[in-house]
Design a protein around this ligand. Structure first.
Ligand SMILES: Cc1ncc(C[n+]2csc(CCOP(=O)(O)OP(=O)(O)O)c2C)c(N)n1
Ligand SMILES: [Mg+2]
Length: 741
């Protein structure tokens, strides 16, 4: 048997190396560190490649993740892809790569290809969306995603308490909305230092702290928001100091250009969140070596000396030096790794440049659900009335009920039917201090208009609860929840106060499906008390403004005028697969006009189907909401006094709207009056009037008329309110003039 003599010096060396090979760095193995570098380097090289392509005019925009690579990879390594949930911002290229997105995916978005998995060529590069990795579609407005992340984090907890809610169901939106969750899942959300100035950031911290949500906030602080330095954005120049008073948080402040230190910070944060203690806040100091975007030249506002100082901390070169110093990779090994990445990237680039462009005929695809059309006959059902002497859905005796009663009854029946429904908003709970209810010390409130009264008592405080007075918080959280498959039916207390939620309502909720090319969707219901004729409502409790929302593609807007339609349309809104703005006229809540018995637990009115309230042959009156009963009085008076038969059409839903019924009526009568409560100019009726003028011109015997509010705010004194809002007499006069024309 041959023997070999061992050299004691060589043995000692290999033992040291073997020991070194097993060495970990805050728990990261040497192989993981090589992997981390591969992702970091890939990220930087994709940025470099995109910049080149932009200069060659082969792509149309570029924003880089340069300088943010280490913190991103560290976060991805500490969290679980496809298990935890991610709301990254545009600098998180390295995070997304480390979670499983590919460089090719990213290049497809840069060229705007139809094959771009994030958006089908609709979004700028670096707007990540990968359903299979739980990377949720992001947008460009700074900070809006943070509230979605809050809503997302709430879902895991809700479903853990209501596991049946996650089950598949057929016959409504649930058929197309699969739900997955893990009891110990975590949500990740990131933002820049400048974005901490947005109110929605603070709203998110507040709710996350209060509800102890398993949510990791990551502020990637590169010291600038475009050209504005951090000390101008943030009082005192350090966000960690400002947020340190929020309760229930675990805080970390770390050098985000160091992957090992960052990983350690994330491991501690993730441990805290997974254990259910509450949210974590990771403040990572990073650099931004490539200006804000390719549209920005930072030399205009940053001197060389400052930029050179940053360059010393570049995470790519730091990591290279670290790998060499620790003997994890030598120079040759690094070169080999980089060559592999570069070669693959070259092939990916060539492939992406050949990928098909999207075709213009696809632009309207996925504005709304491709699976469930709320205007379809499936949503057209007949009322089933309880006998007059039996109890209705609210437990009270059946018989004609107000719009308020039927909305409450519909909410109750739908909550019973669908455990995914949660209701929240300002004052909607019966009593947040539920011990008062349990001890029967109080009766409970249930909304300033009492429409959600009793629902918390019936369904529990995790299904019906109060929100802070923060309308963006309400809509943003609802969006996040709906994206995961819950069905939030939230309330905005007064239309007049919907504006803090406008960014969410214009740029987020209705766009989730379209911008992610159907990768995500957010069907939910926003109930809003709207309108005037209140006597004393004044400026800030009387506004309309529906046309601002019908102008938003992707958002359904309905506006019932009576109890039966309200019940039917609300049920359709809840069961459908699109986001719906459900406008409830305050004056109609308890009006005698339009009361009806409860139409049963399956009564639905399809969207986009108007109701002919009164048939007629001489002129068409097209309206909706609280103008319907006023117009009806005028129509009846016109027939009584002048024998003129006007046809009164209640649109009921404003987007979609029932053009066929309008067209058929105007074809018959040749005269059209469009009436609405909002101020006249640029109001909803302007669009209807324009379409009639455009498409029915040959059928008209008179100009299209409009009656609406004056172009002014609704004033307090009843004499002023009456003068400002359209009244029966105004409608009558316009109808008379039109029929005489
Ligand atoms: C609501 C909103 N306002 C303005 C912009 C334009 N904008 C895009 S990024 C940006 C600066 C963001 O800075 P920061 O949060 O520090 O992130 P960074 O880009 O530095 O990573 C601004 C002002 C925007 N996208 N959204
Ligand atoms: Mg910044």
């Amino acid at each position: 048997m041959a023997t070999t003599k061992t050299d004691p010096k060589a043995a000692a060396l290999s033992e040291r190396e073997a020991k070194k090979a097993g060495k970990t760095y805050e728990g990261l193995s040497r192989d993981q560190l090589i992997e981390a570098y591969r992702h970091m380097y890939t990220s930087r090289r994709v940025d470099d490649r995109e910049i080149l392509l932009k200069r060659q005019q082969k792509i149309f925009f570029q924003i880089s993740g340069a300088g943010h690579e280490a913190v991103g990879v560290a976060a991805a390594f500490a969290l679980k892809p496809g298990y935890d949930w991610f709301f990254p911002y545009y600098r998180d290229r390295a995070l997304c790569l480390a979670l499983g997105a590919t460089a090719y995916d990213m290049l497809l978005q840069a060229v705007g290809s139809a094959d771009d998995p994030s958006s089908g060529g609709r979004q700028m590069p670096s707007h990540w969306s990968h359903p299979h990795l739980n990377i949720v579609t992001g947008s460009s407005p700074t900070g809006t995603e943070i509230l979605h992340a809050v809503g997302c984090a709430e879902v895991g907890r809700y479903l853990a308490a209501h596991p049946h809610a996650a089950e598949k169901a057929t016959g409504d939106y649930r058929q197309f909305k699969d739900v997955k969750f893990h009891g110990d899942e975590i949500t990740y959300v990131s933002l820049g230092d400048g974005t901490t100035s947005e109110g929605e950031f603070w709203e998110s911290l507040n709710t996350a702290a209060n509800a102890r949500l398993p949510l990791v906030f990551v502020v990637e602080d590169n010291g600038y928001a475009i050209s504005v330095p951090v000390e101008v954005q943030t009082a005192g120049g350090n966000i960690s100091r400002l947020v340190s008073g929020f309760p229930n948080f675990h805080f970390e402040e770390v050098d985000g250009t160091d992957p090992v230190a960052s990983y350690a910070a994330f491991v501690r944060s993730v441990g805290y969140c997974r254990a259910g203690h509450g949210p974590a806040f990771v403040h990572a100091h990073v650099i931004r070596p490539y200006s804000h975007s390719l549209s920005d030249d930072e030399r205009l506002y940053r001197p060389d000396v400052e930029r050179q100082r940053d360059a010393q901390r570049d995470p790519i070169t730091r990591m290279q030096m670290f790998l060499i110093r620790e003997g994890i990779l030598d120079e040759k090994g690094i070169n080999q790794l980089e060559k592999q990445v570069d070669d693959a990237l070259q092939a990916d680039t060539e492939r992406a440049l050949r990928a098909p462009a999207p075709t213009p005929d696809t632009v309207t695809k996925y504005i709304y659900s491709p699976d469930l059309d709320p205007a379809s006959p499936a949503f057209d059902t007949q009322p089933v009335h309880a006998k007059a002497d039996t109890a209705g859905a609210d437990g009270k005796k059946a018989g004609p009920k107000t719009m308020a009663d039927l909305i409450t009854a519909t909410l109750r029946d739908e909550m019973r039917r669908d455990e995914r429904i949660v209701i929240f908003g300002e004052d909607v709970a019966d009593c947040s201090r539920e011990q008062y209810l349990k001890q029967k010390l109080v009766k409970g409130k249930g909304g300033v208009f009492k429409l959600t009264s009793g629902l918390q008592c019936d369904f529990g405080s995790d299904r019906v609860f109060n929100s802070p007075i923060a309308e963006a918080n309400i809509v943003g959280r609802a969006t996040g929840m709906a994206t995961r498959g819950l069905k939030p039916v939230v309330e905005i207390q007064f239309f007049d106060y919907i504006w803090p939620a406008m960014m969410q309502l214009r740029n987020e909720l209705p766009l989730i499906r379209w911008r992610s090319y159907n990768g995500f969707s957010a069907p939910c219901v926003i109930r809003v008390a709207i309108g005037g004729y209140l006597t004393g409502g004044a400026i800030y409790h009387s506004q309309c403004g529906e046309s601002i929302f019908t102008h938003i593609p992707g958002l359904r807007v309905v506006f019932p005028s009576n109890a039966l339609d309200a019940a039917g349309l609300l049920r359709t809104a809840i069961r459908c697969d699109d986001p719906v703005l459900f406008l409830e006229h305050k004056r109609l809540y308890r009006e005698t006009y339009g009361r009806a018995p409860y139409p049963g637990p399956d009564y639905m009115v399809p969207f986009g189907k108007a109701k002919v309230v009164q048939p007629g042959t001489d002129l068409s009156v097209i309206t909706y909401g609280a103008v319907v009963p006023r117009a009806l009085q005028a129509v009846q008076k016109l027939e009584r006094e002048h024998g003129v038969k006007a046809e009164l059409i209640d649109l009921r839903s404003l987007n979609p709207f029932d053009w066929d019924t309008i067209a058929a009526s105007v074809q018959k009568t040749s005269r059209a009056l469009v009436a609405y409560e909002d101020s006249l100019s640029w109001g909803y009726g302007a669009e209807i009037a324009a379409r009639i003028a455009d498409q029915m011109f040959e059928h008209l015997d008179a100009p299209v008329r409009r009656v609406a509010a004056m172009d002014v705010y609704v004033a307090y004194h009843p004499d002023l309110e009456n003068a400002i809002l359209p009244q029966t007499a105004d409608l009558f006069q316009a109808m008379k003039e039109l029929s005489d024309y």
